[in-house]
Design a protein. Structure first.
Ligand code: 3PG
Ligand code: MG
Length: 402
């Protein structure tokens, strides 16, 4: 399925654009991240094409600490597009409409956090969202709607699913590239092995991906919290909560049966860690073979170097590698080896590769690797998982129907 893109958009129009600038916020300060850099491509292209460019985005959710204004986002984005980004602290009221109507071709304006509009949340079908005052008011000001927010496309919010019903709609450059890469595991045939590296903290995501893709993927290389739960199912004394921890036991109770079944049915395709890393008495990284673990007394924070050595040949012999989730606590340099080791193995080969899922892709910049060594580094979390498991992304489907 395809959608209309910026190539199909005539220049010099009034264009309403949905981005995903949802970012980490530390002590009230919005942190620059690759979402700005990626969306900059779309925004720049639109501005250079003499459109009046009006941007919508969300930040956090009502009640959360990171639910803040988009004022800082405008400044950060401006730095990425080398032109001014105006900001108005309003989304569809008179102040917003005045600001929109004063724009000239090539101007860029960011509206206030869409989630400050009551009608944006909660989820509802597109027809309902299209009828909201928010959508009905803004649609009068524009000739076209561009959705670039692939990473929010699993949400049925007004700014994502309402506008495609009332304005001619187009996919932005990020939407296009994310869609193509992340759907490729479902849509492409590779003539060679397909490997999937699955880690991270959520067992249900990992199980979902394994169940959905067992016919497409030749081997799953496991790590992270999920990997430890699989080792536990395989009879090892790991994957338990120690005092004060809440990472394993609850997930184990909920998923034990499924994990055992997956291991039973797909055992041939599953490769588990052979060693794990922990913090020793000198606060240094130490490693132990899984086979030598006999006590439930240690917290493991990464897969070990033998595991990386075991996983690497699978990667080198693959035609395509997909990564979902980190293999360890890579934010701590001592426990980054598993994640970076696997990423480096991928970077070393010419295979088709996609990296995504939560924060995993952050390891690439944290440890000085180059995004150019991967076919695609996704900025999506939840939407990436859904794409992998073949679940629909409502906002993408609407663009395709448009
Ligand atoms: C994200 O940051 O993952 C997306 O923007 C979706 O945000 P949400 O999970 O708050 O809906
Ligand atoms: Mg999220």
């Amino acid at each position: 399925m395809t959608f209309k893109t910026l190539d199909d958009l005539e220049s010099g129009q009034r264009v309403l654009v949905r981005l995903d600038l949802n970012s980490p916020v530390e002590d009230g300060e919005v942190q620059d991240n690759r979402r700005f850099d990626r969306h900059a491509t779309t925004v720049k292209e639109l501005a250079e094409d003499d459109h009046k460019v009006v941007l919508m985005a969300h930040q956090g959710r009502p009640g959360d600490d990171d639910f803040v204004s988009l004022e800082q986002h405008a400044d950060i984005l401006a730095g990425h597009i080398d032109r001014d980004v105006q900001f108005v602290a309003d989304t569809y009221g008179d102040d917003a409409l005045d600001a929109i109507r004063s724009l000239e071709g090539g101007d860029v304006l960011l509206l206030e956090n869409t989630r400050m509009v009551d009608e944006e949340l909660p989820e509802a079908d597109p027809e309902t969202k299209a009828e909201t005052e928010f959508v009905q008011t803004l649609k009068e000001e524009f000739d076209a709607y561009v959705n670039d927010a692939y990473s929010a496309a699993h949400r049925k919010h007004a700014s994502l699913v309402g506008f495609p019903l009332v304005l001619p709609s187009y996919a932005g450059r990020v939407m296009e590239s994310e869609y193509e890469a992340n759907s490729s595991i479902a849509t492409r045939e590779f003539d060679g092995d397909v490997t999937m590296v699955v880690g991270g903290t959520k067992a249900t995501d990992v199980i979902g991906v394994m169940n959905a893709l067992d016919e497409k993927v030749d081997q799953f290389l496991l790590g992270g919290i999920a990997g430890e739960l699989f080792l536990r199912a395989d009879g090892h004394d790991v994957g338990y909560d120690l005092e004060g921890m809440n990472l394993f036991d609850e997930q184990w109770e909920k998923n034990e049966e499924t994990i055992r079944n997956v291991l039973d049915e797909k055992g041939d395709q599953i490769v588990l860690a052979t060693d794990l890393a922990f913090e020793d008495e000198n606060n240094e990284r130490a490693e132990i073979p899984v086979a030598n673990i006999t006590e439930k007394d240690t917290a493991y924070l990464d897969v070990g170097s033998d595991t990386v050595a075991t996983y690497t040949p699978y990667i080198h012999d693959s035609e395509a590698v997909f990564v979902k989730g980190a293999l360890g606590l890579f934010e701590d340099e001592r426990f980054a080896t598993g994640t970076t080791g696997v990423l480096e193995a991928i970077a070393d080969t010419d295979c088709f590769s996609v990296v995504g899922g939560g924060d995993t892709s952050r390891a690439i910049e944290m440890y000085g690797m180059s995004e150019d060594d991967f076919s695609h580094v996704s900025i999506a979390g939840g939407a990436y998982i859904r794409a992998l498991t073949g679940e629909s992304l409502p906002a993408v489907e609407l663009l395709q129907e448009n």
